[in-house]
Design a protein. Structure first.
Length: 368
């Protein structure tokens, strides 16, 4: 079989498209962790073509609901599968167009090649078009295998994503409940210190952060899944847990120092990987952490040297806060403010008895 220069060009382009799609599928589903190297189609498709236009529209409209945004990730998975199938079909169509004289009846135009490719990739096979030469038969078989494998592993991928999403939300809800949905890492830190089962809460936070780091690196589409509860949003809980770990490390007197350090390192790595995957910029002067803002908090916590503790906390927080803020802007998730007023509010009387002055304070609620 001889090919003209135009046919060779069509054949080459088709092979490149197929290689890019299969490589993207392999890295998105099969590879168990995010690899920044290599050519990736799905991140560009989901971020640039789907999410960012929708995000810009919602910002201009200045009105959106969590229910609207919660539909994006499932729709993105279906769109990504359709995108892969469309590219595979186009790639094999270009190869079959180069082999058009080896098909009966001969393909008269590219539309017929696209039709033959689609019936092969989707394994429909009406039998109205038949590959005659060995090369064209290999092409059709390869198209059918590609379509079958893509559909099969995508179904498994969907189940894996749903499982990781469920695990993330369950743990995030438990963590949020354990610090009273305060959205403040300082409150979580104080509750841990006063909790008889402090190690249980710390292990939950450590396991949750590690699981997010691993699962969301393996399947970055999980980043687009919205939490079911705005109070227990996964990104807010990520910030709360990291703030609690940074607070404990700044105090330098926790008996759970090694666990807090593990939580902190895993959380920082997770934020870095997520920002790298989404190509988010974190260089913002207004996000610099100033120790003076945290001095009253550490005075309230009883730090021996509140100024030194605040400096350590600001340095620890600087490593992840800009990244979390970039993620919150990108995903349109409002971040809570971490300040002294939050801590004071958490210490205000929560319940009042019938007699004047008989109150149950935040501290007493934390006592066993």
């Amino acid at each position: 079989m001889s090919f003209s220069e135009t046919d060779l060009l069509s054949l080459s382009v088709g092979l490149v498209i197929i290689a890019l799609v299969l490589s993207d599928v392999f890295q998105s589903i099969i590879v168990p962790h995010y690899r920044p190297q290599g050519s990736r189609l799905s991140p560009l498709f989901i971020s640039k073509l789907l999410w960012q236009p929708l995000r810009s529209h919602l910002i201009r409209r200045s009105k959106h609901t969590e229910q609207d945004l919660s539909l994006f990730a499932p729709a993105a998975i279906v769109s990504m599968l359709t995108f892969w199938l469309a590219l595979l079909t186009s790639g094999y169509a270009m190869i079959l167009w180069a082999e058009r004289n080896s098909v009966k009846p001969p393909l008269n135009n590219f539309g017929e090649a696209l039709y033959f490719s689609a019936t092969s990739v989707l394994t429909v096979g009406y039998g109205d078009v038949i590959a005659c030469s060995p090369v064209s038969r290999v092409t059709v078989i390869a198209a059918a295998l590609s379509g079958l494998v893509l559909l099969a592993i995508t179904v498994a991928f969907m189940f894996a994503v749903q499982s990781h999403f469920h695990n993330r939300e369950v743990s995030a809800q438990i963590i949020s409940s354990r610090h009273g949905h305060s959205k403040n890492g300082c409150v979580l830190y104080m509750r841990i210190l006063r909790d008889e089962n402090a190690m249980s809460t710390l292990e939950l936070c450590e396991h949750w952060l590690t699981d997010i780091y691993q699962s969301h690196s393996a399947y970055p589409i999980l980043l687009y899944f919205r939490s079911r509860s705005s109070r227990a949003s996964w990104l807010i809980q990520l910030l709360v847990v990291l703030d609690a770990a940074a607070c404990a490390m700044a105090m330098q007197k926790s008996e759970y120092a090694s666990v807090f350090a593990s939580i902190y390192e895993n959380g920082v790595r997770a934020v870095d990987v997520f920002c790298q995957y989404l190509s988010l910029s974190r260089a913002a002067d207004d996000l610099i952490q100033t120790p003076e803002a945290f001095v009253p908090i550490f005075e309230n916590l009883g730090a021996a040297n509140a100024q030194a503790a605040a400096i350590r906390f600001a340095n620890y927080r600087q490593r992840y806060f800009a990244g979390v803020a970039a993620l919150s802007r990108f995903f349109l998730i409002e971040m809570p403010v971490f300040n002294y007023a939050d801590v004071l509010e958490s210490r205000q009387p929560r319940y009042a008895a019938a007699s004047p002055g008989n109150t149950v304070t935040f501290d007493s609620l934390l006592k066993p």
